[in-house]
Write a protein that binds this ligand. Structure first.
Ligand code: DHB
Length: 311
């Protein structure tokens, strides 16, 4: 049986439903090229950029154990213009610019640049970086979120865009967030979810934190995140029928991808597993997803997307 795993995010077409999570293997053009040239990535997203180069937080700032990772990178990136330049003439698969402006002034400048560059399509505005000291996560303040979306949509005009959200944990927060998100009809997708912010992983032997910045607090990724991501996809999918959902969190194998899609995702991003295992991750996910679909008799993603059965 021939399986087809093609998908769409907004109006953009993906040959396969997986790509990197922003932050992983996408800070410099060498790594971005590898992702772009890989036959098993459906798209590429850049490191969340600020207006100018940032070196990020002091090291060690990433650590990974059996169940997942902790990071407090602090937005190390090469600045907006670097990523915008890399994206020129990338026409064989979608490339998404991710941006996490440091303040309103930067947001204003970056959003204006995005509006003026036709080839930047469906940028991902990151409303959920947990690792910049004294900068709260926008997605956890619904007033901030509304003001930010208002500003983005006023500047971008007709141009479509997406947002990367932090994970939410209470159904009322999904109601509040959905009320705001559904108001903006140029919002074409949401990515659920960013890392679980401000977790703490400890080394029992040395009795030390695993990372240095923020007294050891950082964003948790990897296996810890799968049930949280699935719940976020599921709860937003119920509330936002007209917005595509990109899943992100805890994907290590084809079954994890399958579950994200079942919960309502149209595509998925891979973070910690990609960081740990490199680009061959995508070939493995492809083979495993196809095998599972064959076993279940599914010929395309739409046959099971969002079709989770409630018992
Ligand atoms: C960083 C981490 C994030 O989770 C994010 O969304 C953006 C930036 C970082 O620490 O670099």
């Amino acid at each position: 049986m021939n399986c087809n795993v093609q998908t769409r995010i907004g109006e953009q077409f993906l040959e396969v439903p997986f790509y990197n999570a922003s932050g992983v293997l996408c800070v410099n053009t060498n790594d971005l090229d590898k992702l772009y040239e890989c036959n098993y990535t459906g798209a590429v997203v850049t490191k969340s950029c600020t207006l100018k180069y940032r070196s990020g937080n002091p090291e060690p700032r990433y650590w990974c154990g059996e169940y997942g990772s902790i990071n407090s990178s602090g937005l190390p990136n090469n600045g907006f213009d670097y990523y915008a330049k890399w994206m020129i003439d990338k026409n064989t698969k979608p490339v998404f610019l991710s941006t996490s402006p440091m303040n309103k002034n930067e947001l204003n400048i970056i959003a204006n640049k995005i509006r003026d560059l036709d080839y930047i399509k469906n940028p991902e505005f990151n409303l959920s970086c947990p690792n910049v000291i004294n900068k709260p996560q926008i997605g956890y303040s619904f007033d901030d979120m509304k003001n930010t979306l208002q500003m983005i949509t006023e500047i971008l005009g007709e141009k479509k865009f997406g947002v990367k959200l932090p994970p939410y944990f209470d159904p009322i927060h999904f109601d509040y967030a959905s009320d705001i998100l559904s108001y903006y009809n140029t919002l074409s997708y949401i990515t659920c979810s960013n890392s679980i912010g401000n977790g703490l992983l400890i080394n029992t032997e040395t009795e030390e934190t695993r990372i240095r910045p923020k007294n050891g607090l950082g964003g948790i990724g990897g296996k810890y995140c799968l049930p949280v991501a699935l719940s976020n996809i599921f709860q937003f999918n119920e509330r936002l029928p007209n917005i595509d959902i990109v899943g992100c969190g805890g994907i290590y194998n084809g079954e994890d991808v399958f579950q994200h899609i079942l919960a309502g995702a149209c595509a998925v991003q891979v973070g910690t597993c990609l960081y740990e295992n490199g680009i061959s991750t995508f070939n493995k996910l492809y083979n495993e997803l196809i095998e599972l679909m064959r076993k279940k008799g599914y010929k395309c993603l739409n046959e099971f997307k969002g079709k989770i059965k409630i018992i």
